[in-house]
Design a protein around this ligand. Structure first.
Ligand SMILES: CC(C)=CCC/C(C)=C/CC/C(C)=C/CC/C(C)=C/COP(=O)(O)OP(=O)(O)O
Ligand SMILES: O=P(O)(O)OC[C@@H](O)CO
Ligand SMILES: [Mg+2]
Length: 241
């Protein structure tokens, strides 16, 4: 079965708790050329802040996904193409693996057709997501490779997300995750800041996710990362052909 993300090279993650750069609009954000927008962040995200971003991006035709950090911020909106629900494979306890999910399913009426999971492997111990989930980030390339295989082979995950949020990752570990997967799509996120960094990580993953750059540098910088990711894919296509 095909999934929307099979064709993505680049995702832009908007943190509802952070501002856009001066003078930039959500229309500008939707016109960066990214393949999809994910709306989510770890800290200080509320349903109101989520709704504001969904409403502001709804009218443009870029695919829109919510990535909730807890069940309380999930928004029921027809503007959303779907929900990408993290499950943190290297979390310090079960709450961020299945606990939050169980609570969500208990209290809410899910739209299962639009609900998908992302198998997170959290790699930067200083990121909010690592602190919140008490993730064990002390992972070598072979640990990453094993987690990726567990996610795909044992838990049937269609997306494996190597999350370096806030810092540029170790290429060897990203490549190890990529090599481990046969069918799942590898998302890489963290520290992508320009054409080069996007190009490099896109060569080793299926989809690169760009977050803070939007809020820190703005849409022109994001557009460069789209180019970097797309060029890497074109180069791969040429090589594989
Ligand atoms: C069951 C439901 C609906 C939700 C639970 C989903 C889970 C397990 C969330 C845990 C991981 C998490 C908090 C993911 C949020 C997305 C994310 C990693 C955003 C990036 O956040 P950071 O960059 O670390 O944080 P800030 O930029 O907000 O500081
Ligand atoms: O903010 P950055 O470092 O770009 O990371 C992107 C994304 O993986 C965060 O969840
Ligand atoms: Mg962040």
């Amino acid at each position: 079965m095909s999934n929307p993300w099979d064709d993505w090279d680049h995702v832009l993650k908007i943190d509802p708790d952070k501002d856009l750069c001066d003078g930039e609009t959500f229309e500008d954000v939707c016109r960066t050329g990214t393949d999809a927008i994910e709306i989510g962040g770890t800290l200080d995200v509320t349903a109101e802040k989520m709704t504001r971003v969904i409403d502001a991006t709804a009218e443009y035709d870029v695919p829109l996904y919510q990535e909730p950090s807890n069940p309380g911020v999930v928004i029921d909106s027809p503007a959303l193409d779907g929900y990408l629900i993290p499950t943190v494979f290297n979390a310090g306890g079960p709450f961020w693996i299945t606990g939050a999910h169980k609570e969500w399913v208990r209290i809410d009426d899910l739209d299962w057709d639009r609900t998908h999971t992302e198998a997170y492997i959290v790699m930067n111990p200083d990121a909010s997501v690592a602190e919140l989930t008490e993730a064990n980030c002390d992972l070598d390339a072979d640990d990453v490779e094993a987690y990726a295989k567990v996610a795909e082979r044992m838990f049937g995950q269609e997306i494996v997300y190597l999350e370096y949020s806030g810092t540029f990752g170790d290429v060897e570990k990203v490549a190890a995750a990529g090599d481990a997967l046969d069918d799942a799509t590898l998302f890489y996120g963290g520290g992508i800041s320009d054409y080069e960094s996007a190009n490099e990580m896109a060569a080793h993953s299926d989809v690169v996710v760009v977050g803070d750059l939007l809020h820190d540098e703005g849409v022109d910088a994001v557009r460069e990362t789209v180019k970097g990711a797309k060029d890497a894919k074109d180069a791969k296509g040429t090589k594989d052909a």
